[in-house]
Write a protein of this length. Structure first.
Length: 297
C-alpha cells in the first residue's frame, strides 16, 4: 500500500527525513515512532502529496506521490494533529463539508455522512457543534471526517495526543474495526503502549529509520545491550551515580522497577554493588529499545 525508496526532505540546511526506505502492507496497522523533530509529520505530509520530497521516490496505493498527488489524495484519509474540525459547525455539518470535497452528488454525500455517524456512534451528537464536544468525541469526529469517503488508506498523525486513556482505548477499538474491514492504517504516536498495538513499527531518529519490525522483533532484536531491573525507587542521586558509570547507557523508572541498560554484562556486579541489591535481566520494553537507539544514533 505504501512504498518509499531513499525518500528525503530538506528544509534549507536541515534534513528532516533522510533516505527513508520502507514498505507498508495492505491491511496492516503501521506505527511510526520517534521524538519531536524526528521527521514523522514530514513523512506523512510527503506520503499524502502535500509536501514535495527533495529526493527519492514514494508510491501510495500504487500512485507516484510527486507525479499524481491529487490522485493520491482521493484514495487516502488524513487525520492531523489538530483534528481539522470547524468548531462553529455541527457534527453533521462537518461531515457534510468533508464528504462534499470527495462526492459531487449532495444526496450521496449525505448518505455517506449518515453512515459514518452511525458507524462511529455519533448519532447522539449529530446536531452538536464541534466546539462543544469533549476531547474524546472531537477525536472521533475528526476520524469520521477522514473516513467519510471510505478511503482504503488512513494517515493518522498523533491522533490521540492529549486524550484521556479511556477515550484512547475506545479510539483504538474503532481502528481495529477499520483494519478488519480491509483498511490500511499509518499512525504516528508518542505513546509506547500504542506501539504495542501496531502490527509493525518503525522508529525515526533525526530523520533516519533506525528500527523496523513487529513489536516483538523490535524488543528481541532491536537492542544490542542488556537490560537489568531492580525493584527500587529511583532517586535523582542514584540515577546520577548509575549514569556516570562506564557502560551504563540509560536508567529509568518503570512502575516499581528501575531499568538499567548496559553495554556489557560484565559490569552487572559493579551495578549491584552500587544499588546494594541483586539485579535481574529482563526483556527490553519498547521504550527501553527506543531510549537505547536514541542514545547511540
Amino acid at each position: 500500500m505504501i512504498k518509499t525508496e531513499n525518500l528525503r526532505k530538506e528544509f534549507g540546511r536541515i534534513v528532516a527525513v533522510d533516505a527513508l526506505t520502507l514498505e507498508v502492507k495492505e491491511g496492516e496497522i503501521f506505527g511510526l515512532l520517534g521524538p519531536n523533530g524526528a521527521g514523522k509529520s514530514t513523512t506523512i505530509r510527503m506520503l499524502c502529496g502535500i509536501l514535495k520530497p527533495t529526493a527519492g521516490r514514494a508510491e501510495v496505493a500504487g500512485i507516484h506521490v510527486v507525479k499524481n498527488p491529487e490522485e493520491v489524495k482521493k484514495r487516502i484519509g488524513y487525520m492531523s494533529q489538530k483534528f481539522g474540525l470547524y468548531d462553529d459547525l455541527t457534527v453533521m455539518e462537518n461531515l457534510m463539508f468533508y464528504s462534499r470535497l470527495y462526492i459531487n452528488n449532495w444526496k450521496d454525500a449525505e448518505t455517506m455522512a449518515e453512515k459514518i455517524i452511525e458507524r462511529l456512534n455519533l448519532k447522539e451528537y449529530r446536531n452538536t457543534k464541534a466546539e462543544n464536544l469533549s476531547g474524546g468525541w472531537r477525536q472521533r469526529l475528526a476520524l469520521a471526517n477522514a473516513l467519510v469517503h471510505e478511503p482504503p488508506l488512513l494517515f493518522l498523525d498523533e491522533p490521540t495526543q492529549g486524550v484521556d486513556p479511556v477515550s484512547r482505548r475506545l479510539f483504538w477499538d474503532i481502528l481495529y474495526e477499520e483494519r478488519a474491514s480491509g483498511k490500511t492504517l499509518f499512525i504516528t504516536t508518542h505513546y509506547m503502549e500504542e506501539a504495542e498495538r501496531c502490527d509493525r513499527i518503525g522508529f525515526l531518529w533525526k530523520g533516519k529509520l533506525v528500527a523496523l519490525g513487529t513489536p516483538e522483533e523490535i524488543k528481541t532484536r532491536g537492542i544490542s545491550a542488556k537490560v537489568y531491573a531492580i525493584k527500587k525507587k529511583l532517586s535523582p542521586s542514584l540515577k546520577k551515580i548509575l549514569m556516570e558509570m562506564d557502560g551504563v547507557r540509560d536508567v529509568n523508572q518503570y512502575g516499581e522497577e528501575i531499568h538499567i541498560i548496559v553495554e556489557d554484562e560484565r559490569i552487572k556486579s559493579a551495578v549491584e554493588r552500587t544499588v546494594g541489591k541483586e539485579i535481574f535481566e529482563v526483556i527490553p520494553s519498547i521504550e527501553d529499545v527506543f531510549a537505547f537507539l536514541s542514545e547511540i544514533k
